[in-house]
Design a protein around this ligand. Structure first.
Ligand SMILES: Nc1ncnc2c1ncn2[C@@H]1O[C@H](COP(=O)(O)OP(=O)(O)OP(=O)(O)O)[C@@H](O)[C@H]1O
Length: 658
């Protein structure tokens, strides 16, 4: 797969005028179909495909001011230096061209050779001074650009990451938003590159104006010729860039999938299965197939680029012949002096170089701007998806949380909502258990409770305050959660606990208090460097914990958070029998201190101590009551309970005496 830095250049594209590589069998088998975007939100790439040279020129002022704004935000002083140095460099080029004209005029003019040489000296000195000043200005610009570029990238990246971290969970799970996140990640590097391109565009524009001015003075016919000579390379560069851009957007998912296959081959989590089940050759084979599909597209793009380049070169050749034939004609017809023709040749060369640079750099600037545009669109989309700030305060000490006819479905075309008209009460300060078979909606319910999703219909009331209008940050403050798939941060054990509330100063007392509360002391005692042990095996000095040990650390993290409501989703799934008992003891103790515990578990024996049990089935609430009431009622809970109990009916043979 092409590495990310190759985006836009080595990724591949969809062109209506040329055949696309087919869908590889790997895409069908592993991902269920082609990984291409052929429409949808990327209407803006379509707009680009229709964009002509004139439109590009029209957009130039806004692109330049956009680059300047980025630079200004990142480092005002450096931006000022670049701007002044580049404008002055352009002026030095103009002065230098005029000096050349003067030198040639003197040398080719009438008079003795000595006099002509002497007459050329002031212009030669001017040229030398101007070149020296130009070199100083170039150095200043190089330094300031070098200082500016990484800052621009950092500022843009920071904003990107900040926005990504503060959008709703639903945005992260939305595939269109995720694609935008994917493509926009290149925007920061593009913003960085835009600075150099914008600098070169400004420089080329000024030297072009100088050359064009000199040419127009020499003979008005020379200016259109200069333009004709440069148009072909501009057309070529624009055509190639348009293909690359369309290609990038169409194939971004494919590239991501290829990278995923590569990453799966090396990540520690997949290493055991790769070896025991021999998954390595399977993944490698599909990696190769995916990469070959991408390569075929790259080859197609290269073929088209070569063809475009040839056409542009032929056109440039014709225009050059026409330019020099015109100059020759003017000379022969006596319409132009030899010294003027000499300056004209230099001015045409300088001018066509500047115009060429201008077209190429403008095109590059434009292409980068499209990726910065993705980043801007991400900023806009992210602000739409942002977790709202502010809202109603929650009651200080609520008595209960009540779900009223709550319905919620995940995006997509699932047959039924994950929660369907659920009405239940979660009394605070108690242990409430959520029970039900796989997929019955328990995890979804607690995610709604924690504010990670909002109900499609119905309300979640904290006493009489609707959580939909509550301040989400305050709501999150109240909740501590040990999710089924809680994050195993690749940091030290200390940070893995303290990340439960990273906003408060990290103190050893607080960490050890949480570790003791969670009964995770012996996990830490076994670690080579205690709390300072790095829990990431793929780093030197890193250490790996077992599933059950991680689970206890996860509970310590939730204890460290000290939220009023502790949500524990399958807290004991990976624990041995003794540890399980211990963890439930700890959870009960937490409830004893007035903390609310919402417990999701399939171990019904552990639910015995709950104050209230809600039983869910296919997203609906089917039973509620104390464990004893539910057992007595003979419903779903009682059925599940007896199924589990049956597994323990075999008695342990008594030890023989003596
Ligand atoms: N992020 C998601 N996107 C789409 N569908 C989801 C998502 N998470 C869960 N679902 C679907 O919602 C339904 C309820 O899932 P949920 O995880 O709430 O069940 P659960 O009762 O916690 O199951 P388990 O006991 O297996 O943990 C399931 O049909 C599941 O496929």
């Amino acid at each position: 797969m092409p590495p990310s830095s190759d985006r836009g250049r080595s990724t591949v594209g969809k062109q209506p005028d040329a055949e696309q590589p087919g869908v590889s069998e790997s895409e069908r088998l592993l991902f269920g179909g082609p990984l291409r975007y052929d429409g949808g939100w990327n209407s803006h790439s379509e707009a680009f495909l229709e964009l002509g040279f004139r439109a590009m020129v029209g957009r130039l002022p806004s692109l330049l001011s956009g680059s300047l704004r980025l630079a200004w935000q990142a480092d005002r002083q450096a931006a000022r230096i670049v701007l002044v140095a580049e404008v002055c460099r352009g002026l030095t080029q103009a002065v230098s061209l005029l000096a050349v004209n003067s030198v040639l005029g003197r040398l080719i003019g009438a008079g003795a050779l000595e006099d002509r040489l002497r007459g050329a000296v002031p212009a030669l000195v001017t040229m030398a001074v101007v070149m020296f000043v130009g070199a100083l200005l170039r150095a200043a610009s190089t330094y300031a650009t070098g200082r500016l570029e990484p800052k621009v990238e950092r500022v843009a990246t920071e904003r990107y990451l900040e926005q990504a971290a503060t959008v709703e969970l639903a945005a992260i799970e939305d595939h269109a938003f995720h694609k935008l996140l994917d493509t926009a990640q290149y925007g920061a590097a593009s913003a960085r590159r835009m600075i150099s391109f914008a600098t070169r565009v400004v420089n080329a524009m000024i030297s072009l104006v100088a050359a064009a001015g000199v040419l127009t003075v020499l003979h008005p016919a020379l200016l259109p010729l200069l333009v004709t000579m440069t148009i072909p390379s501009g057309w070529g560069a624009l055509t190639i860039a348009r293909r690359q851009y369309a290609s990038f957007h169409t194939w971004v998912q494919h590239v991501r999938a290829g990278r995923l296959l590569g990453a799966l081959l090396i990540e520690p989590e997949s290493a055991p299965e790769i070896r025991v089940h021999g998954v390595g050759p399977f993944l490698l084979r599909h990696y190769r197939a995916m990469a070959e599909t991408a390569e075929a597209e790259q080859a197609r793009l290269a073929r088209l680029a070569a063809r475009t380049g040839l056409i542009a070169a032929a056109w440039t050749g014709l225009a050059t012949v026409a330019t020099y034939a015109t100059l020759g004609g003017l000379l022969l017809g006596g319409a132009m002096a030899l010294s003027v023709a000499g300056t004209a040749v230099i001015a045409v060369r300088t001018g066509s170089q500047s115009l060429n640079t201008l077209v190429v750099e403008m095109n590059a600037l434009h292409e980068e701007a499209l990726f910065v545009g993705d980043l801007q669109r991400l900023y806009e989309e992210a602000s739409k998806w942002a977790i709202p700030a502010g809202g109603t305060a929650l009651p200080d000490d609520p008595r209960e949380i009540r779900f009223e006819n709550v319905t919620f479905g995940y995006p997509g075309d699932s047959a039924r909502p994950a929660l369907d008209e659920v009405t239940l009460t979660l009394p605070l300060g108690k242990i409430v258990a959520l029970v039900g078979e796989n997929g019955s909606g328990k995890t979804t319910l607690v995610k709604l409770l924690a504010g990670l999703y909002a109900p499609d219909r119905g309300r979640i009331l904290w006493d009489d305050v609707d959580a939909a209008h509550a301040d989400r940050r305050l709501l999150a403050e109240r909740v501590a959660m040990v999710a089924q798939d809680f994050k195993r941060w690749p940091f030290t054990a200390r940070v893995n606990v303290a990340v439960g509330r990273s906003s408060v100063p990290l103190t050893d007392e607080r960490v050890s208090g949480a570790v003791t509360e969670a009964g995770a002391g012996d996990v830490l005692a076994d670690l080579p460097r205690g709390l300072d042990t790095l829990l990431a095996r793929n780093f030197s000095g890193g250490h790996e914990l077992s599933g059950g040990q991680w689970q206890r650390l996860g509970i310590a993290r939730a204890a460290y958070r000290r939220g009023h409501i502790l949500i524990v989703d399958e807290p004991t799934a990976a624990l041995d029998a003794r540890a399980e008992l211990e963890v439930f003891e700890k959870i009960r103790a937490l409830a004893g201190t007035g903390q609310t515990v919402i417990l999701i578990t399939h171990r019904l024996a552990s639910v015995r101590h709950a104050d209230l049990v809600h039983v869910l089935e296919q997203g609906r609430l089917v039973e509620s009551g104390t464990p004893d009431e539910l057992l007595a009622s003979g419903g779903v809970y009682a059925e599940l309970y007896s199924l589990q109990a049956e597994q323990f009916t075999a008695t342990v043979p008594a030890k023989e005496a003596g």
